[in-house]
Design a protein. Structure first.
Ligand SMILES: NC(=O)C1=CN([C@@H]2O[C@H](COP(=O)(O)OP(=O)(O)OC[C@H]3O[C@@H](n4cnc5c(N)ncnc54)[C@H](OP(=O)(O)O)[C@@H]3O)[C@@H](O)[C@H]2O)C=CC1
Ligand SMILES: CC(C)=CCC[C@@H](C)[C@H]1CC=C2C3=C(CC[C@@]21C)[C@@]1(C)CC[C@H](O)C(C)(C)[C@@H]1CC3
Length: 425
């Protein structure tokens, strides 16, 4: 079959604005971020654990490679592909596409998490050395990065066979480097297997908590029992991942699924960045144990609880409102009309700040770092990166909403002046 000629001539509707620093970003980010992943893992296990130490703790050649790593990764991706097709849970429809159709998605991610948990316990019962994941972390990250590159090349090439309505508006600039990076095709599928939806929530997100568990088991190997700090980090992050999978259907209306193409940025983010940097606190704690008083632990649990409450309530309120504005839980909230026919909430959580869900997410991120104490910056990497990511994301969303809702969006901004942090930002 010949590539879609219309797509090749770039006669496809597209956004002219380029994200993430345009071509320069598209060249630098794929070089810089994979190195950052390896650098951060190495720092987390070095005695100094300082991101500023010089020379940086670089891995030796034999630390980079372990033949077990690609086999484990392959087994993991195969397992989750099989679980994706499991006839459990319901099938939901995504938002309306440009060609007027809707795609169908299996909602069985939470089942996949539970089955992964059961398999993990079975392996543990059979004496599998889970703590070995600590030694395997760098080789696994190397393989995940390699898979991200190969997979993104595949996605870029196959996008030339996609019809123009299946391409993302932001990923068809005609600049190959930028389009490879940002993603051309919106919802690439092999049959009914949706590659973006699969990667967004399954192998990487569930892989992250499995790696965390491996760090906990390494601590048990080294010190006989897991520390309170390690238990908190594992529990908080498991709650976050379980929540994402429990509410899997909500991901169908996120910017990533609805608007962004599937290119290197998301592939690498899902398969390498999330599993190997979001849980750095657990890797840090293996080599840098921290004592935690019950009082401090209680305060950190309260902070995570408050963050989770704001995150979940605000996300659920908006999702409910978008699905059924007449539902009793949202019907009495004050709203403003927009020219598109959709309404915007101006009371409840979305009348407090314009992104209450980001606020809750950031409070949780802080709670994940605090069990690691204040002696090192590394465990705070996630909350710092995440603040930058969400401020940038808020800005992107704001531009999209202004383009969508025009004057109504300006009215909303006047009614709700703060973006994420009340009275600050
Ligand atoms: N851990 C991580 O790495 C990441 C986590 N996240 C989390 O993912 C979650 C989803 O975030 P994200 O996808 O960025 O977007 P949001 O869930 O914040 O959704 C933004 C959309 O909501 C709608 N909206 C905005 N304001 C209103 C309003 N007042 N009333 C009704 N609808 C409104 C608009 O879409 P429309 O009007 O078209 O419905 C807007 O485009 C967040 O909790 C975030 O913290 C996000 C990125 C990374
Ligand atoms: C630096 C870099 C490579 C950034 C790429 C960004 C991605 C890591 C994130 C973009 C949006 C994401 C979301 C989640 C994870 C991180 C990425 C992929 C998410 C699945 C985490 C769990 C949440 O509950 C969520 C489902 C709302 C969320 C969706 C967005």
């Amino acid at each position: 079959m010949r590539p879609n000629s219309q797509a090749l001539k770039h006669k496809v509707p597209h956004d002219t604005e380029r994200e993430f620093g345009g071509t320069l970003g598209a060249i630098c980010i794929p070089i810089f971020l994979p190195l950052t992943v390896l650098f951060l893992i190495c720092v987390s296990r070095s005695p100094e654990a300082s991101v500023l130490q010089w020379p940086p703790p670089l891995p030796s050649q034999d630390q980079l490679w372990d033949p077990v790593a690609p086999m484990l990764l392959l087994a993991w991706i195969t397992l989750h592909t099989l679980l994706y097709f499991m006839p459990l849970g319901k099938v939901s429809e995504g938002l309306l596409l440009r060609d007027g159709t809707r795609l169908k998605y299996p909602i069985n991610g939470f089942h996949a998490l539970c089955i992964s948990g059961v398999l993990l316990m079975l392996l543990l019962g059979l004496g599998a050395p889970m703590g070995y994941l600590f030694e395997l972390l760098v080789p696994l990250a190397v393989c995940a990065i390699a898979v991200s590159f190969v997979f993104s090349v595949y996605l870029y090439i196959r996008s030339f066979w996609a019809p123009s309505h299946a391409l993302a508006l932001g990923g068809n600039t005609g600049n190959p480097l930028y389009d490879f990076f940002i993603g051309r095709e919106l919802n690439p599928r092999i049959g009914s297997f949706d590659l973006k939806y699969f990667c967004e929530l399954r192998p990487g997100l569930i892989g992250w908590v499995v790696i965390n568990f491996g760090m906990l088991m390494k601590e048990v190997e080294l010190r006989g029992s897991p520390s309170l700090a390690m238990i908190l980090v594992n529990s908080f992050q498991l709650l976050y991942v379980a929540d994402a999978l429990w509410n899997e259907e909500a991901v169908l209306s996120t910017m990533d699924i609805v608007h962004d193409g599937f290119g290197f940025m998301l592939v690498f983010g899902d398969l390498a960045w999330v599993p190997f940097t979001y849980g750095l606190q657990a890797a840090f704690l293996v080599v840098h144990p921290q004592a935690l008083t019950s009082l401090r632990a209680a305060a950190i649990i309260a902070l995570n609880g408050a963050g989770y409450y704001i995150f979940r309530k605000s996300n659920s309120q908006k999702n409910q409102f978008r699905r059924d504005p007449s539902h009793p839980t949202v019907a009495r909230l004050e709203t403003i009309a927009t020219a598109t026919g959709k309404r915007l909430l101006v009371s409840g959580w979305w009348g407090f700040v314009r992104h209450p869900n980001y606020l809750g997410d950031l409070l949780m991120a802080l709670a994940w770092s605090l069990p690691c104490g204040f002696s090192h910056l590394l465990p705070y990497f996630y909350v710092i990166y995440f603040t930058v990511l969400l401020i940038h994301r808020e800005d992107r969303d704001e531009r999209q909403c202004r383009a969508k809702y025009g004057l109504a969006w300006d009215t909303y901004c006047r009614r709700v002046p703060y973006r994420i942090f009340p009275y600050i930002y």
